[in-house]
Design a protein around this ligand. Structure first.
Ligand code: ADP
Ligand code: MG
Length: 622
């Protein structure tokens, strides 16, 4: 094309495309899901803008927020068109090739180890999956602020952009034309496409239409002159030709028309656009929730979410919400915890998608949840910034936290492994029980750290979160246990909850600080995660019991009548010792009853950092 401008793909994007093109990944179907998801995003964007500017949608077909799929079997082209926001020339250059997203290299890396393309959408590079099935792709796009352009590439390291002077004007939106590879002919099959849309794009909130063929019977007049002649010549060659005289009047009439098969085309709606969250939870099946989760989270690993909560909040602030606990934590969940601001909730106002970057909906520590909120109370015709400051958001957030913590608590309650021995007798072993078995341990292993961060950050819900804590202890026998279970096992007269911190359970089990406690049959909690040190600075008590670090000053194991005498008789020794160790090295030297075999230990003062904390801080500054 004479007016084409050439561009090179950013290096990492080019690498990604190479990998996709040469991939042996068998599930090539995923490209369609990615394209439909992009079309839906583009429609969401224009619909959102139209809330504050009605004219933006235009008139007639332009105002129809829909997705259309068309096939050209002869030319082997599959095209997907939306009437979304479209892309300007600059958008095309940036979004489709020159600016690599942060997920690009992460995905390239992942590809090289796993080869599993299924998660491509999660990395923000879903578009390039088109090259699984096409060797040449055209993106025709019209944005309200620009002319119509064509982006095209054969995935050979470069793409071209031209002002579109030859295609039909789109009005607004984007059409993606896939020139299918030889071996991808199956995507010209209508039933295959219908099937894929049903399977993958069930929860797209815009109508998806397919330009579908239909065989219809049509009565056409039996052509008189020429065809009659043909007919008669045929009859004459056949030896048992019907005699004309036998024909009844009816037959005579029929012979003047005949039925032929004709192919007509019409737009066929492929999806049901009723939003799942508007339905009553009783009517939605587990399978539907699972599928909904997959589409929401762009997680097509086929794993079931660990749990979900679907509810309606009423009162001053009305909203519907669905929250999910994913089956797995993403590998980078805690990596950039304090730097990233990314909630995974989608916000809708009266069915209109507003944003999935609203951090005001959930506190940071619950960012591992996926889901959506649809509010009838929030105003529709205001900017995102105004909405962010709306007073209802506080109420919504508060309720969401409650519901989220309830949902997590229920995972534990329904897990037969979590029940105490006493409860176990009543548990019948139905299939459902089997499925729930071990779920809380699974939850804890994936997201336990979030609960701890919650205890640190969320003073209001600290006690609720503390209930969800799990840990091992000197008596838990390698299993996880809870504070409630710890308390139920406390010795009579025991006032404090004992714990010890360190880098591993193995190391802690040998600690001299435990000698006496073990001997006296006290249970001690092992905290071995670096975050536990911070955690215990915030978690002071639970159910009126104080937490006592056994390596710190202040450990009381009940009074011993000999204590006073011992103190007296070793007075001189302790005095000498204190002066012998320079003043800066120790605060005090005391007689205590915390040891059994070991003659002495260094103990941290009540308000000082534990030895473990010193260790953690040192490793952080290194
Ligand atoms: P993601 O959808 O996660 O952003 P993609 O690789 O699927 O990543 O798409 C890249 C970008 O290209 C999108 O963010 C969007 O800006 C643009 N884009 C893709 N398809 C369309 C479309 N149909 N309409 C408008 N913009 C689109
Ligand atoms: Mg996408």
């Amino acid at each position: 094309r004479s007016n084409a401008e050439k561009f090179e793909f950013q290096a990492e994007v080019s690498r990604l495309m190479d990998i996709i093109i040469n991939s042996l990944y068998s599930n090539k179907d995923i490209f369609l899901r990615e394209l439909i998801s992009n079309a839906s995003d583009a429609l969401d964007k224009i619909r959102f803008l139209s809330l504050t500017d009605k004219d933006i949608l235009g008139e007639g077909d332009n105002a129809k927020l829909e997705i259309q799929i068309k096939l050209d079997k002869a030319k082997k082209i599959l095209s997907i068109r939306d009437r979304g926001i479209g892309m300007t020339k600059e958008d095309l250059i940036k979004n489709l090739g020159t600016i690599a997203k942060s997920g690009t290299s992460a995905f390239v890396e992942k590809m090289q180890t796993s080869g599993d393309l299924n998660l491509i959408g999660q990395f923000g590079v879903g578009f390039y999956s088109v090259y699984l099935v096409a060797d040449y792709v055209e993106v025709i796009s019209k944005h309200n602020d620009d002319k119509q352009y064509v982006w095209e590439s054969k995935a050979d390291g470069a793409f071209a952009i031209s002002e579109d002077t030859w295609n039909e004007p789109l009005g607004r939106g984007t059409e993606i034309k896939l020139h299918l590879r030889e071996e991808a002919g199956e995507y010209l099959d209508e039933s295959k496409l219908k099937d894929l849309v049903k399977r993958y794009s069930e929860f797209i909130n815009f109508p998806i239409h397919l330009w579908a063929s239909k065989e219809v019977d049509v009565e056409v007049p039996a052509e008189d002159d020429e065809s009659d002649e043909e007919d008669s010549s045929e009859t004459s060659t056949s030896e048992e030709g019907d005699g004309d005289s036998d024909k009844s009047e009816d037959e005579e009439k029929k012979s003047k028309t005949k039925t032929v098969k004709e192919t007509t085309y019409e737009w066929e709606l492929l999806n049901d656009v009723k939003a799942i969250w508007l339905r009553s939870p009783k009517e939605v099946t587990d399978e539907e929730y699972t599928k909904f989760y997959h589409s929401l989270a762009k997680d097509f690993s086929e794993e079931k979410p660990m749990s979900w909560s679907h509810f309606t909040a009423e009162g001053d602030v009305e909203f519907k919400a669905v929250l999910f606990v994913p089956p797995k934590a993403p590998s980078d969940l805690y990596e950039s915890y304090y730097n990233t601001k990314k909630s995974n909730l989608k916000l809708y106002v009266r069915r209109v998608f507003i944003s999935d970057e609203f951090d005001e909906l959930l506190p940071k520590y619950l960012n591992f949840l996926k889901g959506l909120v649809d509010s009838d109370t929030l105003p529709l015709n205001v900017s995102r910034e105004m909405l962010q400051q709306h007073s209802s958001l506080k109420t919504i957030k508060k309720k969401l936290i409650r519901k989220a913590l309830d949902m997590i608590r229920k995972i534990a309650e329904e897990d037969p492994d979590e029940s105490t021995d006493k409860d176990k007798k009543d548990v019948d072993n139905s299939g459902e029980e089997d499925e729930k078995k071990g779920q809380y341990t699974k939850f804890w292993n994936e997201f336990g750290k979030s609960i701890k961060l919650g205890i640190i950050e969320d003073a209001t819900n600290r006690n609720r979160l503390a209930k969800l804590l799990r840990f091992e202890t000197t008596k838990s026998d390698g299993k996880l246990t809870s504070l409630d279970q710890y308390i139920s096992r406390m010795k009579s007269g025991q006032k404090d909850i004992f714990y010890i911190t360190g880098s591993s359970k193995e190391q802690l089990e040998k600690s001299p600080f435990l000698e006496r406690l073990k001997k006296k049959n006290y249970e001690v909690i092992f905290f071995t995660d670096p975050v536990d040190e911070y955690l215990m600075q915030y978690l002071m008590d639970y159910e009126d019991k104080k937490f006592q670090n056994v390596s710190k000053e202040g450990l009381k194991l009940g009074k011993d009548s000999k204590d006073k005498d011992l103190k007296e008789s070793f007075k001189d020794l302790t005095k000498w010792w204190k002066s012998a160790l320079a003043k800066d090295n120790v605060d005090d030297v005391k007689i205590s009853n915390r040891l059994d075999n070991t003659p002495c230990v260094v103990v941290t003062s009540k308000y000082g950092w534990s030895a473990n904390m010193e260790r953690i801080m040192q490793s952080q500054t290194l």
